[in-house]
Design a protein around this ligand. Structure first.
Ligand code: SF4
Length: 507
């Protein structure tokens, strides 16, 4: 019984930016008695059907965007006589769909780290259940990834998770509903051991694949103290202290290492935290800016963000502390109008964000927005290609609309076109060159220019373009650029590197 783990994708680039961590975590959760699982990341190369045999187990992890491709692979694997098991956020939310459309014998809901061994044991007996509930496991028992199974020379960045869950409740985001609002933070020992292993293998750039790297704000601490809630205050202080402990240990790793994470902009009010990030060489952070107006922030329940000039100042604070921002903006909010697009691009430039992504508001399953949207369409939603629009991810890609809400003042096509123009302006060669000036070395500047273009081609054109010629030209560009770019990120392997002892690192 061979085990296959598959990350589905419609587009393969030969080289990918970040390792899909779940593949290597579930590989670690696979008991060694079954041998090493075969790992297929279709963002590198498509799955070859002939590798799947009778009674093999094929584990497919899906999120909403790759569910349709995942179902195609599931049906193919089942036809070849394999046991098909789905997991991931989308399968957790829609287990019946994976069974009806994806050929699934079984679906795992929630964290797979522990329950995967039980699924495999049942498959080996031919006595599987349709549903396995993995739930939300404690941080202390997150499985570390099997990095020894990584294919060589394929990824620019590796990914390590330090915390799951986010205490916020943004309306467009499913993280707080699926991963929970209670941050589950791993110990610094577990995180550092994985990172050291990756550096031994030559990875210098690591994405800390966290929901929110700043789970405790100064305001949370102030409120707990004001309410004389000493248990809560102690819990928050411990979480915060653990963050500092981790950052102090990262700072002791080889100086060619660099980290990237995801964080709320509240961190910019906390200079001590930003300085610790700088010392730890957490040089980049994805910050969900979403909107540059107070009305837009209200639309997405993100009142804790700032707008206008206060926003510009807050984002510049990150940069002053040596943390470079990938700003994420949403277009198509109910309060947006035609002037919003270039006003947003202007803020992104003035706030000196290093990278930016501009996405169109889309109702994702598991979010508050989705529930409202589904309800608003009633029992007889519009059908496209025989599929109700409320199951939009099942609509064949060429027929799938780009925008799903009726906007009060703009058409869907106007929002799509303007969004594309903003991407074009932010990522034209002149703007990228201007932004690259903060980097001192020529090699660094070259890496920055290449990664900026790859980012735009992989995410902008293939995501929002309607023109198929533009899409395939973008995929070609990304493929062509990705190889030399990966070499710029790679470091000399350091097989002798030791895990720094915690006691030497006490602050
Ligand atoms: S968007 Fe970010 S801050 Fe908001 S709930 Fe999701 S992870 Fe948390």
């Amino acid at each position: 019984m061979k085990i296959h783990l598959v990350n589905p994708s419609d587009v393969s680039f030969g080289t990918a930016v970040i390792t899909p961590r779940w593949l290597y975590v579930i590989a670690a959760a696979t008991p060694r008695t079954y041998g090493d699982p075969a790992i297929v990341d279709e963002t590198l190369a498509p799955l070859e059907p002939e590798t799947i045999g009778r009674r093999d187990v094929v584990g497919i992890g899906i999120h909403t965007a790759n569910a349709l491709r995942g179902y195609e692979l599931g049906r193919m694997a089942r036809e070849r006589g394999a046991y098909v098991v789905f997991g991931g956020i989308h399968a957790t939310l829609y287990p019946k769909e994976a069974i009806e459309l994806g050929g699934a014998h079984a679906v795992v809901q929630g964290d797979g780290d522990h329950i995967w061994a039980e699924v495999l044991a049942d498959c080996s007996q031919g006595a599987f259940k349709q549903n396995y509930v993995g739930g939300r496991i404690e941080a202390g028992s997150f499985a570390p990834a099997r990095w020894d199974l990584l294919p060589k020379n394929s990824y620019m960045w590796a990914s390590v998770q330090t915390v799951r869950g986010c205490p916020k409740h943004c309306s467009f985001c499913s993280v707080w509903r699926t991963d929970g609002q209670q941050p589950r933070q791993r110990s610094s020992d577990a995180v550092i051991e994985e990172i050291v292993e990756l550096r031994r293998r030559g990875f210098c750039f690591i994405a800390l694949a966290d929901d929110n790297f700043y789970p405790v704000t100064l305001e949370d601490l102030r409120l707990a103290a004001q309410q004389h809630n000493s248990a809560r205050l102690h819990e928050l202080e411990s979480l915060r202290a653990e963050r500092f402990e981790l950052m102090a240990r990262l700072a002791k790793l080889p100086s060619d290492m660099c980290f990237f994470t995801q964080i709320t902009m509240e961190a910019a009010e906390d200079p001590e935290f930003l300085d610790a990030m700088k010392a730890a060489r957490i040089k980049g952070a994805l910050v969900g800016i979403e909107s540059v107006t107070p009305e837009g922030l209200k639309d997405v329940y993100k009142d804790f963000n700032l707008a206008g000039e206060h926003l510009v100042e807050r984002l510049q604070t990150f940069r002053r502390h040596g943390v470079y921002v990938l700003g994420s903006f949403i277009f198509g909010l109910p309060s947006d109008n035609p002037s919003t697009f270039m006003a947003t691009e202007d803020v992104a430039e003035r706030a000196e964000v290093t990278f930016a992504q501009f996405v169109m508001l889309t109702p994702f399953p598991g979010t508050v927005d989705f529930i409202k949207w589904e309800k608003s369409l009633g029992d007889t939603p519009e059908m496209i290609g025989g599929v109700p629009i409320t199951r939009r991810w099942l609509i064949p890609t060429p027929l799938r609309p780009k925008l799903f809400w009726a906007h009060p003042v703009m058409s869907g096509e106007e929002i799509r076109r303007q969004t594309q123009l903003v991407w074009d302006k932010f990522y034209d060669w002149g703007s990228i060159w201007k932004r690259a000036q903060f980097i001192k070395s020529n090699r660094g500047r070259l890496a920055f220019m290449l990664i900026s273009r790859i980012y735009r081609h992989m995410y902008a054109d293939t995501g929002i373009a309607t023109d198929s010629a533009r899409k395939s030209s973008s995929a070609r560009w990304a493929r062509w650029l990705a190889k030399p770019c990966r070499r710029l990120f790679a470091g000399r392997p350091m097989p002798e590197l030791q895990v720094p002892a915690a006691e030497e690192l006490a602050v």
